[in-house]
Ligand binder design. Structure first.
Ligand SMILES: CC(C)(COP(=O)(O)OP(=O)(O)OC[C@H]1O[C@@H](n2cnc3c(N)ncnc32)[C@H](O)[C@@H]1OP(=O)(O)O)[C@@H](O)C(=O)NCCC(=O)NCCS
Length: 157
């Protein structure tokens, strides 16, 4: 594989990710909100996955109170997405791994997310767990979601 084909994950400003969020997560609807109120906060962390400098995957993380294990220092994951033509090639998992390692290195102890039910298997394969009884419809998309979380290894009791 040539160097230009390498998949690289970088921390980026939120603005770099808005278009991909819209395309993958909001059906490319120009009227849908893809900016999170917390996007510009200094503590928010945004990751872009690039192939030859083209953005193909994204995910954003915000400090948050947690629906579970409230004593742990927690970030919320939102807007995890891989370009529609690039899904199933390992990019989502690789981006999430880089982000998780980065956040764990910054003393984050746990992540949580409202996971789309259609993506739950993806999360469960990498150690995320579901909060029992948390199934709900997202107010933003009306799609079925479940609250999921992952405690980083060092804090797993
Ligand atoms: C969910 C998503 C981010 C996963 O990213 P991806 O780049 O497609 O996933 P990967 O290729 O890294 O997949 C890793 C593994 O999870 C599996 N997987 C990926 N998406 C899956 C899904 N929706 N359902 C079941 N398994 C899935 C893959 O088959 C792969 O398993 P394998 O290694 O055994 O083959 C991506 O498919 C996506 O953007 N989906 C639409 C938007 C979405 O649902 N985002 C999550 C919101 S909570």
């Amino acid at each position: 594989m040539s160097r230009s084909d390498e998949f690289v994950v970088r921390r980026v400003p939120a603005q770099a990710l808005h278009e991909l969020r819209r395309r993958v997560l909001r059906n490319n609807d120009p009227d849908k909100k893809v900016i999170d109120d917390r996007d510009e906060e200094e503590t928010a962390m945004h990751y872009g996955g690039y192939l030859s400098n083209t953005l193909v995957a994204c995910g954003s993380f915000y400090p948050s109170t947690s629906p579970i294990n409230q004593e742990l220092r927690t970030y919320q994951l939102r807007y995890l997405a891989t370009d529609l033509t690039m899904q199933g090639r390992g990019y989502g998992r690789r981006l999430l791994k880089v982000a998780e390692d980065d956040l764990a290195g910054l003393s984050v102890q746990q992540l949580w997310a409202n996971g789309r039910d259609t993506a739950l298997k993806f999360y469960f394969e990498t150690g995320w767990l579901a909060v029992e009884g948390s199934e709900h419809l997202s107010p933003e998309t009306q799609l079925p979601h479940t609250v999921i979380y992952k405690v980083f290894a060092a804090y797993n009791r």
